[in-house]
Design a binder for this molecule. Structure first.
Ligand code: ATP
Length: 333
C-alpha cells in the first residue's frame, strides 16, 4: 500500500494552511506529522482522510486518484484526539460497528472483536459502556474499532494528547506494537517531538504549511535541515558561525558551510572537564537520571546534559569538549 501526496495546497481565506506539500509513504511505515500549533498537520490529515479536499494537488493510493473520493468510500481507519466512541454502545458493539454496517455475519464479528480485545489486552471489558472506562481504555477501544475493518490506512489525530503522562507512555508502546503486528501504513499527527521520535519510522516535520524536513527520527535529530527543525526536535545549542570561528574553530573541521549556516550541537554531545578552564557553571538542574547544566563561555550560553554529575555547582570553572563530528551545520530558517 503506497500513499502519494503530490503538490497539495489548501488555503482558508487568506491563510495558507498547506503550501505545496508532497511526500510518499508505504506500508508498513509509521509516519508522524510533527510541528507546532497552526503548522497545518491537522489540515493535512483531514485531506488524507477525505474529510476535506485540497485546492490543488493530488492524493494517490497505490496509483489510484483519491483526491475527490469522500471519506466513507476510502476505507481508512481514524482515531481522533477526543474519545469518539458511541456512548450508547458497549465496547464489543463499538469495535464491531464497522463490520456490522458492512453486513458481516454475527459469528464473524464476535470472533474478530474477541481477537482485537485480546490484542489490546482488554478482553474483560467487552460488555462495558464507554462511560465506565478510563481515558486510556477508551482510546485503546477506539484504536481497535479503527483497525477492525482492516483499513488500508490508519490515521491518528493526536490520539494520546488527552491522557496523563504515564498512560500516554504506555499507550505509545501499545500503538507501536499493534501497528507493527498489523503492518498497516499509519499516519499520526502530533506536536510532541518525543512521541514522534519514539513512534515514527519517518517524521514529516512541518513549518508554516510546508515540509521543513522529512526523514528518520535519527536523521532529523542529528542532522536537522534548519534552525526550526533543530529547535523543534529537542534541546540544541545553536551557535552563529562568527562565534564558532572565534571560539570553537575546530568545529568547522574542514567544512565550509554557507555563510549564514549555524552550528547545532546537542547537549549530550558536550563533555564537561573538571579542573580545566574556559567555561563557568551557571545553573545545574537535577533531572533524576541526568543533570542539565547551563554554562557560560566566550561563545555565549551552552546547555550540557550529563549523567551522574554531582560535582558541579554554580560559579565553578570548568573546561568543555565539543567533538567536531557531533556538530551539524543547519540553515538559518
Ligand atoms: P494544532 O496542533 O493547533 O491543531 P495544526 O498544525 O494541526 O495545529 P491546522 O489545524 O492544520 O494546524 O491549521 C493550519 C492553519 O489553518 C492555521 O493557521 C489555522 O488557523 C488555519 N485553519 C485550519 N482550519 C481552518 C478553517 N476551517 N477555517 C479557517 N482557518 C483554518
Amino acid at each position: 500500500m503506497q500513499l502519494q501526496l503530490q503538490h497539495i495546497t489548501k488555503a482558508f481565506g487568506h491563510v495558507v494552511a498547506l503550501g505545496d506539500v508532497s511526500f510518499s509513504a508505504e506500508a508498513p511505515e509509521f509516519i508522524c506529522l510533527l510541528g507546532p500549533s497552526g503548522c497545518g498537520k491537522t489540515t493535512l490529515l483531514r485531506l488524507i482522510a477525505g474529510l476535506s479536499t485540497p485546492d490543488s494537488g493530488q492524493l494517490l493510493l497505490d496509483g489510484e486518484d483519491l483526491t475527490r473520493v469522500p471519506a466513507r468510500q476510502r476505507g481508512f481507519g481514524i482515531v481522533f484526539q477526543a474519545y469518539s466512541l458511541f456512548p450508547n454502545m458497549t465496547v464489543a458493539e463499538n469495535i464491531g460497528y464497522g463490520l456490522k454496517i458492512r453486513g458481516r455475519k454475527p459469528k464473524e464479528i464476535k470472533e474478530r472483536v474477541g481477537q482485537l480485545l485480546d490484542l489490546i489486552r482488554l478482553p474483560h471489558l467487552a460488555d462495558r459502556y464507554p462511560y465506565q472506562l478510563s481515558g486510556g481504555q477508551q482510546q485503546r477501544i477506539a484504536l481497535a474499532r479503527a483497525v477492525a475493518v482492516d483499513p488500508k490506512l490508519l490515521l491518528l489525530d493526536e490520539p494520546l494528547s488527552a491522557l496523563d503522562a504515564k498512560v500516554r507512555t504506555e499507550l505509545r508502546a501499545e500503538i507501536r506494537e499493534l501497528q507493527k503486528r498489523l503492518g498497516i501504513l499509519t499516519i499520526m499527527v502530533t506536536h510532541d517531538q518525543e512521541e514522534a521520535l519514539m513512534l515514527a519510522d519517518r517524521v514529516v516535520c512541518m513549518q508554516d504549511g510546508r515540509i521543513a524536513q522529512i526523514g528518520t527520527p535519527t536523521a532529523l535529530y542529528t542532522h536537522p535541515a534548519n534552525r526550526f527543525v533543530a529547535d523543534f526536535m529537542g534541546v540544541s545549542n545553536l551557535m552563529e558561525q562568527s562565534s564558532v570561528r572565534r571560539w570553537a574553530g575546530h568545529l568547522l573541521n574542514g567544512h565550509t558551510p554557507p555563510e549564514d549556516y549555524i552550528a547545532c550541537v546537542r547537549p549530550e554531545d558536550i563533555a564537561i572537564r573538571s579542573g580545566a578552564t574556559g567555561a563557568r557553571v551557571k545553573e545545574v538542574q537535577f533531572l533524576g537520571n541526568l543533570s542539565r547544566i547551563q554554562l557560560e563561555w566566550a561563545g555565549g550560553t551552552l546547555i550540557v546534559q550529563e549523567a551522574g554529575r554531582t560535582d558541579l555547582v554554580p560559579g565553578v570553572e570548568v573546561g568543555i569538549d565539543i567533538p567536531a563530528e557531533r556538530c551539524a551545520w543547519v540553515a538559518p530558517q
